[in-house]
Ligand binder design. Structure first.
Ligand code: ADP
Ligand code: MG
Length: 686
């Protein structure tokens, strides 16, 4: 049912839901909470440690008074805790509170705090009001927190989810996972899992629900992959491609020497592409290890052997960067290879022109986003397809791309630090090459973890770096201010910076909701050195390469998974300059700071992710997703690694028909796999 079929959801709210990709009530059931909030013991104001949502116990210092502020009907009152510390409580559009609140009673207020410029707590916004008895009933229960967008409140989502549960008893009751597997793996029913993921009574509910849902997701993924694999494993090599002399010459001319690890991978690729069977290879190499040049070498060999090669990137920004990099490089070395670009934001006319070149074979290397795999594109003789940042794509997209040719070679590149055992389960159909070495000209990045008090010093440092002609990234977690989160948002942060730094420097912002054209422009300007400071959300995380950038400052670093932070810091230290990473924690909580300190200790992405988990323990798993794997809604390859292994085992049994499932059970599972693959395709909409 369409989302506006729910009572109380009108045109406006519907639009807000659509903004966060919720279109019907089924979507809501799978819109899992981002985190949970505990109704913890109420505290006095001075005990508050930087938490955003708190429960404070006390009394009103007089009547609540209505104020008219613009079109908003505001009620406010002074609330004092037991020690006499005061703050102002403010409610919008609830004028009746002035009448219904009995100021002789003790209340618990639960809401979002606002601070003044000096960090002092001054107000609590739109708090829920509980009598002490009512609050006791709720004590220690968990409240789901959903990702929101401006204008949409957590309560609206909660209500809508509850209503969807009422409407969809059929979907919820139906469990496709055979009873025998559930028993063996000790998993709760799907119905229970869905209920408990949204509305758990306690933490162990969440853990059990998460276990079941991530198992499902991994199992579907692996089964989908196995099905695709069975159709094309052991295929004959239709495109025998050797290392060309012209490519060797190019490698000689490069301004750097390939690392031993790079050379090894180049060799592995050569053996594959010139061998009897088609190549299916995954290159895993940490950020900055130099994967692009390896892809370039393979693509050049493909072209010199008389075929076309494609390179697909997850974002337009990255595609554009690869395109510029390739064309400039070929021009510089006088190599006659025609590189074309194909992205979603090009005009129909531009696209037609490129389609033609791809079809008649005049385009040698085709670089683009998923626009490369739409039906309209016909390749003349596609011999190699490369996907960059594989973890950002679904399996199907990779397959669709390869289906564009007659079993072309496949090379996928990923910087997600997955340990080999897990990579084999996840990408079981691929041979794996690992680049475990960074180019030798790199200076180790200097890291520091600081609290917000340090900001002025950080800005001074940034200014010095700019004066040395370097460039700066500043990362904020959100695009626009939302009701529930006070995380810095790029737009207002940029305004603020401009005020601080004045007109002398060029400061711009970048976020996922901008038009592709605008994003490309900003990125291009940044890589040309025309922008000094780029304030961005994590859209910058994938693959962008600007060696002149030397400082990465991450605001609200405590909100990110350490693995994601590690990827982010990979945007600096990509040239020969000393680079710096400043992680600014919005919280002074020593535990949170300690977690961030892990980043100082190691440069090994997987070590970082697993240390993170050890520190936080399973109960805290939900708060922060480790990696940017878009293909999984809930499963986290680090946090749920055990479930991934279990799912891998189960998939193997199912594949070999060794777990005694009935035909009906298998059929139901197969249906789910189909649905899953389509769903993933629809979701990975980049
Ligand atoms: P990633 O593996 O993260 O995709 P890139 O391929 O973008 O990394 O490479 C990062 C930077 O390192 C690029 O500027 C590239 O030219 C440079 N680079 C690649 N290989 C080497 C090398 N062997 N020595 C020095 N610099 C290198
Ligand atoms: Mg890259």
């Amino acid at each position: 049912m369409d989302i506006d079929g729910i009572k109380g959801i009108g045109e406006k709210t519907k639009e807000l839901f659509n903004k966060i990709n919720i279109f019907d009530t089924g979507d809501l059931i799978e819109y899992y909470p981002r985190s949970y909030d505990v109704f913890s013991m109420p505290v006095n104001i001075e005990e508050i440690d930087n938490e955003k949502i708190v429960s404070i116990i006390g009394k009103f210092n007089g009547r609540l008074v209505p104020v008219i502020k613009g079109r908003n009907k505001v009620v406010s009152g002074i609330f004092a805790d037991e020690k006499g510390n005061k703050l102002q409580a403010v409610w919008y559009n609830m004028p009746y509170l002035a009448k219904t609140t009995d100021i002789s009673l003790t209340y618990v207020l639960r809401g979002t705090l606002k601070r003044d410029k000096l960090g002092r707590i001054t107000r609590i916004i739109q708090p829920e009001i509980f009598t002490v008895e009512k609050y006791k009933e709720k004590l220690n229960s968990l409240q789901p927190i959903y990702s929101l967008t401006k204008g949409l409140t957590n309560n609206t989502v909660i209500k809508a989810v509850k209503e969807s549960f009422r409407l969809h008893t059929d979907i919820i009751e139906f469990d496709y996972l055979p009873e025998s597997i559930r028993m063996e793996k000790n998993l709760i029913s799907k119905k229970q899992a869905l209920k408990d993921i949204h509305f758990p009574q306690n933490e162990s509910d969440v853990i059990a629900a998460r276990k079941r849902l991530s198992f499902d997701e991994f199992l579907m993924f692996i089964l989908a992959l196995k099905r695709l694999k069975s159709t094309d494993s052991n295929l004959k090599n239709n495109f025998k491609i050797e290392m060309s002399d012209k490519t060797l010459e190019f490698i000689e001319k490069l301004p750097f020497k390939l690392t031993t690890a790079q050379n090894k991978v180049v060799e592995e690729i050569n053996l594959d592409m010139s061998g009897e069977k088609v190549m299916n290879r995954l290159i895993q190499g940490d950020v900055g290890s130099g994967k692009t040049v390896i892809a370039q070498i393979a693509l050049m060999n493909t072209v010199f052997a008389g075929y076309q090669g494609g390179l697909m990137a997850p974002t337009e920004v990255l595609a554009k960067q690869h395109y510029n990099n390739f064309t400039e490089c070929f021009k510089k070395y006088g190599i006659e290879i025609n590189v074309v670009m194909l992205t979603g934001s090009m005009t129909a006319k531009e696209k037609r022109c490129v389609y033609k070149q791809i079809a008649d074979g005049s385009a040698d290397i085709i670089i683009g986003t998923h626009a490369l795999i739409v039906d309209k594109v016909e390749y003349k003789n596609l011999g190699l397809v490369v996907t960059d940042e594989q973890h950002r794509f679904g399996v199907m997209q990779r397959k669709n791309f390869s289906a564009k040719g007659v079993n072309p070679h496949i090379l996928v590149m990923s910087a997600t630090p997955i340990p080999r055992t897990l990579a084999i389960i996840l990408y079981g159909d691929l041979d794996i090459s690992i680049i475990n070495e960074l180019p030798s000209n790199r200076l180790p990045i200097k890291n520091c973890v600081v609290t917000t008090d340090y900001r002025p010093k950080a800005y001074n440092f940034i200014e010095k770096q700019i004066n040395e002609k370097h460039q700066i990234y500043i990362i904020c977690p959100m695009v626009e201010e939302s009701d529930n989160l006070e995380a810095c948002d790029v737009v207002s942060y940029t305004e603020n910076l401009k005020e601080i730094f004045g007109n002398e420097y060029r400061i711009e912002f970048l976020h996922g909701k901008m038009k592709a054209k605008d994003k490309n422009n900003i990125m291009e300007e940044f890589s040309m050195g025309n922008i000094d400071i780029l304030v961005s959300t994590t859209v910058i995380e994938v693959g962008v390469n600007v060696p002149n950038a030397t400082v990465m400052m991450v605001e609200n670093a405590e909100r990110f998974g350490l693995a994601a932070l590690h990827q982010l810091r990979g945007r600096v230290g990509r040239g020969g300059y000393q680079s710096y990473c400043i992680f600014v924690s919005g919280s002074k909580n020593p535990e949170k700071l300690k977690r961030l300190e892990i980043l100082n200790k190691s440069n090994d992405g997987f070590f970082i992710a697993s240390e993170d988990l050890k520190l936080r323990g399973p109960g805290d798993l939900f708060g922060i997703k480790q990696s940017g794997e878009l293909i999984f809604r809930i499963g986290d390859i680090y946090g749920d690694a055990d479930m991934l292994m279990e799912a891998g085992d189960t998939a193997k049994l199912i594949e070999n028909n060794k777990n005694g499932l009935s035909n009906e059970e298998i059929e139901i599972l197969n249906d789910m796999v189909n649905k899953y693959t389509i769903d993933v395709l629809a979701r990975v909409n980049l």
